[in-house]
Design a protein around this ligand. Structure first.
Ligand SMILES: Cc1ncc(C[n+]2csc(CCOP(=O)(O)OP(=O)(O)O)c2C)c(N)n1
Ligand SMILES: [Mg+2]
Length: 329
């Protein structure tokens, strides 16, 4: 089993930034908890792919990007959307299928698009990777100093779209980052059942792209790897492939654990929960006295307030009219 790496502070990081990482992960976790409670009560009808356990990957990317940089996210959308600065109110409204959501309430959790913040979402497995390449190409053609990041899961690796895009990005030296969250499962299939090569970053080396495998539960490691990749892209040195190993705690879609139904070994799930990216980082920050419990409580109060405001916004928003749906189909 993949071992968790140690937190190592790099010289370019100050305490303010290190606390920001924590606050962002906490924010994403608390939003997920609130949504999970709604889903368990059956208040929330929209299918939701939760990211419990995958907060460090989202934040490590988001903290490296500027507003005009682009991300293309997947069905597991909430964490990267929020980490890139996506509007919480619009996200909650969308997930509840309300008119003021990111896609007018007719898309749901898998359509968290926010073009004004350069956040694009595609739930077609591997489909978003070539969209990110298109965005990267447009940055190049318009001589903009921006970067496009494609988020995808290990399940996208054996899709043709990835290979085609790797070739194109390498050939054109696109300002792009291939960011694979390898959580070792695509729905209920473990990588050992679906892939000849488990270390998926090796695939990128066939295209002569720099590729790195990192501990996706270690925020400092993710931040550092993405920083290097984004700098390469901004300096016209081309694309990088990052494989961040991690684990999703809950079932593929929905608010429950799936080891109860025998879909994954309970021991494995428990092991990964003990490597919680948020709790382990919190422990590190407390030990180094970079943060204290009083500050953590303050953050929690503030985030609770934002969550409450987002739910109120969603409550006030009407459902979209049927006509709106007819416009699309
Ligand atoms: C082209 C395509 N095939 C199948 C699906 C159904 N589907 C949705 S998510 C998923 C698994 C994705 O696994 P992975 O890429 O590892 O992402 P994870 O859910 O682990 O985050 C599948 C097969 C789809 N959305 N698109
Ligand atoms: Mg996966």
């Amino acid at each position: 089993m993949i071992q968790m790496s140690k937190f190592k502070k790099s010289a370019d990081l100050d305490n303010v930034k290190m606390v920001d990482f924590y606050r962002q992960m906490l924010y994403i976790r608390m939003v997920s908890v609130a949504l999970r409670q709604s889903a368990l009560k059956m208040e929330l009808k929209c299918p939701v792919h939760f990211s419990f356990g995958q907060e460090a990957t989202a934040v490590g990317v988001g903290m490296n990007l500027k507003k005009k940089d682009a991300i293309v996210i997947t069905h597991r959308s909430h964490a990267p959307y929020l980490a890139k600065g996506g509007d919480l109110k619009k996200m909650i409204a969308e997930i509840y299928n309300k008119k003021d959501g990111t896609s007018g309430g007719i898309g749901g959790s898998m359509h968290l698009n926010s073009p004004e913040k350069n956040i694009f979402c595609s739930a077609i497995v591997s489909g978003g990777i070539s969209i990110a390449a298109g965005l990267a190409l447009s940055f190049r053609m318009k001589r903009k100093n921006n970067v496009a990041v494609a988020f995808f899961g290990d399940g996208a690796v054996e899709e043709g779209g990835l290979s085609e895009t790797l070739n194109f990005a390498a050939l054109k030296k696109l300002p792009m980052v291939f960011f694979c969250e390898n959580n070792m499962y695509a729905v209920n299939s473990h990588i050992s059942e679906t892939k000849a090569v488990h270390e998926v970053s090796r695939i990128a080396r066939a295209y002569d792209l720099p590729a790195i495998r990192i501990d996706g539960n270690n925020i400092l490691e993710v931040y550092k790897a993405v920083k290097t990749a984004v700098n390469r892209a901004r300096n016209s040195r081309g694309s990088t492939f990052i494989e961040a190993t991690t684990y999703r705690w809950l079932e593929h879609v929905g608010p429950r654990f799936d080891h109860i139904s025998g879909l994954r070994p309970e021991k494995e799930v428990r092991k990964w929960i003990s490597r919680c990216p948020l709790k382990s980082y919190e422990k590190y920050l407390l030990k180094k006295t970079i943060i204290n419990n009083k500050e953590i409580s303050k953050f929690k109060v503030n985030i609770e307030r934002r969550i409450k405001a987002a739910w109120e916004y969603m409550d006030r928003s009407p459902y979209p009219k049927l006509k709106q749906l007819e416009k699309i189909i």
